[in-house]
Design a protein around this ligand. Structure first.
Ligand code: F0G
Length: 351
């Protein structure tokens, strides 16, 4: 087979699809597990980044979407629907386009990053903006899918999470075992649920001997799993995880408890600090929500909850190009310096 075949064909015994189904793939998965030397030095741990922005549509959602769209196509229904803070809608639009299905996406008005909107537009999705938040969008998407012949491809569709387990398997396959701690940003809580299921499945099958402690991090303005209460008006610069009432609340709490892990909140300021640090010191450009795992890593390393010398994987969930506006806002000298072509070296102080 030419190269990586996508996660369904890479893990055929672990990701069942309907008999005879046409597999809808864009070659997702097999993303880099990148050593992070600067973060390792700062924390005294062995830190790796699972760079999910390297997936075909620039986020981890593709792992679940290849499975969801493969099932949707096999079902014979012609349309899919999802609610999204942007990445699910980008992924659904791309995979549905590939499968010849139509897509409707429900997004919170004015609260999805520019790149994600561009993706849904160009892949031909019907985009419906709601004057409300992600939680309102999800409720509407669920109702619509219950009443009409359209497949819901949010992570409440269980096959999505089966695909997302593949990231945990890849990490174990590369490391030759599970890490000690796994740090994740948490929004609707599907991904932390899927990782935990993936790790425990590998342990049950004796592929690995141990499972990691799951550290889930939320933005402080949208941290229902930390407070234990739904948040009516979630707010954060990390729009991808601007979720007040996570659909996978219970399984995420189970993952935290069973693994001896934790949920913690990090401020937008710390998220943006980690966002800039990843870009400047590790060379990895992620979207703000993705930096939440690293902000949490630094917080728990500093307060001692993350034991030194641990092997830690931080998933960075989406590509920085998804959200160019946040990259330019207040972070850099936006106006490039105009120079005489003969004066480049002197402008850079190179001589
Ligand atoms: N990071 C990014 C970049 C995301 O887009 C999301 C979720 C998460 C983290 C959190 O993952 O919801 O499984 O806990 N984005 C969803 C969306 C809500 O609509 O694209 P989770």
């Amino acid at each position: 087979r030419p190269g990586w075949p996508g996660i369904i064909k890479a893990y055929p015994s672990r990701i069942p699809v309907p008999e005879g189904a046409e597999i809808v793939t864009l070659g997702e998965g097999n993303t880099p597990l990148l050593p992070a030397p600067h973060l390792s030095e700062l924390t005294g741990c062995d830190v790796y980044l699972k760079v999910e922005g390297a997936n075909p549509t620039g986020s981890f959602k593709d792992r679940g979407m290849t499975v969801a769209i493969t099932h949707a196509k096999a079902s014979g229904l012609k349309a899919v629907i999802c609610a999204s803070t942007g990445n699910t809608s980008a992924s659904a639009s791309a995979y549905a386009a590939r499968a010849g299905l139509t897509t409707a996406v429900l997004v919170p008005q004015g609260k999805i990053a520019l790149g994600k909107m561009a993706q849904a537009v160009l892949h031909g999705a019907r985009i419906l903006q709601i004057d409300g938040n992600f939680d309102d969008c999800l409720e509407l998407a669920r109702k619509t899918a219950a009443d009409y012949p359209v497949t819901l491809v949010n992570s409440v569709n269980p096959v999505r999470l089966v695909g997302q387990k593949s990231a945990a398997w890849e990490i174990c396959d590369v490391l030759g075992g599970a890490p000690d701690v796994h740090c994740l940003p948490v929004g609707n809580a599907g991904n932390i649920t899927a990782y935990w299921a993936g790790y425990t499945e590998y342990a049950a099958d004796r592929v690995v001997d141990t499972v990691p402690r799951m550290f889930g991090f939320q933005a402080s303005g949208a941290a229902p799993l930390v407070s234990g209460e739904p948040v009516a008006d979630p707010e954060t610069v990390a729009t991808a995880i601007r979720v007040g009432s996570p659909a996978s609340w219970e399984p995420a709490v189970k993952a935290r408890t069973a693994s001896g892990g934790l949920f913690e909140a990090v401020t937008d300021e710390r998220i943006l600090d980690a966002y800039r640090l990843l870009a400047r010191r590790e060379g990895v450009f992620v979207e703000p929500a993705s930096a939440t795992s690293v902000a949490g890593l630094l917080l728990t390393a500093a307060d001692g909850r993350l034991p030194r010398s641990s092997t830690v994987v931080c998933t960075v969930t989406g590509h920085g190009l998804k959200d160019p506006a946040t990259a330019l806002e207040g972070n850099v000298e936006v106006e490039p310096l105009t120079v005489d072509p003969r004066a480049v070296a002197s402008a850079l102080d190179l001589s």
